[in-house]
Design a protein around this ligand. Structure first.
Ligand SMILES: Nc1nc2c(ncn2[C@@H]2O[C@H](COP(=O)(O)OP(=O)(O)OP(=O)(O)O)[C@@H](O)[C@H]2O)c(=O)[nH]1
Length: 302
């Protein structure tokens, strides 16, 4: 029988039917100033912590880029250090600060992220404020022969921390970008053709915070990845472009090992980069598995 013409119980009755019950008359205080503040009751809690906070916070943001302000959606991780004699941090203050910045028309830049991390430490009454932001960054890309353009994107990571005791900031940035890699071995041994694949390049770089003026690290890291690949990817390719892109890859064969070494060389030469991590993962087209290579390097130790 159809229920479309039958009068249903009210919504409140329906909720009751499905098990909802009214709130009890409780005994615990409901006013904030009468509630126990567990987080701030001092005691020896055995250890200080490096980092405590919240992750996976999705938020709209405006990002400062070389092509102007870009609106995107970012995922935040907001944390602070924690002293030994406090049980916990006041976590609500993290999203409270994010909302305050958003309402003031915040534009994300390296300087404003450091300012955010410093304010986080002050607001949370802890030594160090830390935040990591990840977002898709869009940039224009022209086809190699016709020059037709389209938008590409790379996944960007920007991590900053600010230490109130030393008054110093630390900055780590990163990028994940896809490229074409063509197998040197396959090119060498085959009568014709060479297998090629989509490579996933991950770069993370610690930056010297004092030498960043005029340095757009997104553009620099993107160039390090793409200029050392067999070929970059393109959103729009007509036939003359496809021919050129295919030939460029054939002219520049790369193993995963070649990729990470060549990118490492570019990062080694960037004076703003202090230390770095590079990984290349190829989704092999002649195997079911991936090929991987990585390097971690610190210029201060080498
Ligand atoms: N420290 C801590 N807080 C948690 C945890 N899980 C949930 N919470 C959060 O506790 C928060 C509420 O506590 P506070 O931020 O200390 O609230 P409050 O003391 O009223 O805030 P202030 O007025 O800023 O001092 C909520 O945002 C919860 O999400 C946890 O594992 N550790």
């Amino acid at each position: 029988m159809s229920t479309s013409h039958v009068a249903l119980p009210t919504k409140a009755e329906r909720h009751k039917l499905f098990g909802s019950v009214p709130p009890i008359k409780g005994t615990k205080p409901t006013e904030k100033d009468k509630m126990v503040d567990l987080q701030n009751t001092p005691k020896n809690f055995l250890f200080a912590l490096d980092s405590v906070g919240i992750s996976n916070v999705k938020h709209p943001v405006n990002i400062e880029t070389p092509d102007g302000i870009q609106a995107t959606v970012a995922t935040f991780e907001l944390t602070t250090s924690l002293v030994q004699d406090r049980k916990g941090i006041n976590m609500s203050r993290l999203t409270e600060q994010l909302d305050a910045y958003h309402n003031q028309g915040w534009t994300v830049s390296n300087a404003s992220l450091i300012e955010f991390a410093q304010e986080l430490a002050e607001r949370m009454e802890q030594t160090e404020g830390q935040l990591t932001i990840r977002y898709p960054w869009f940039f224009s890309r022209k086809a190699p022969a016709t020059g037709l353009s389209g938008l590409m994107n790379a996944d960007v990571m920007h991590r900053v921390s600010y230490n109130l005791e030393t008054g110093t900031a630390s900055v780590t940035v990163g990028l994940v970008i896809n490229v074409t890699t063509l197998c040197p071995c396959s090119k060498e041994i085959s009568e014709y053709s060479a297998h090629n694949q989509r490579g996933y390049i991950t770069i993370e770089a610690g930056l010297d915070e004092t030498s960043l003026d005029g340095f757009d690290w997104r553009v620099a890291l993107l160039d390090a990845a793409e200029s050392n690949a067999s070929a970059p990817l393109h959103p729009v390719l007509k036939r003359p472009d496809e021919k050129r892109a295919t030939e460029i890859a054939y002219e520049n064969p790369r193993f995963v090992e070649d990729m990470v070494r060549l990118i490492a060389a570019d990062l080694y030469e960037m004076k703003q980069v202090v230390n770095f991590f590079v990984e290349c993962r190829n989704e092999e087209s002649i195997h079911q598995h991936d090929a991987i290579a990585s390097i971690t390097f610190d210029k201060r130790e080498n």
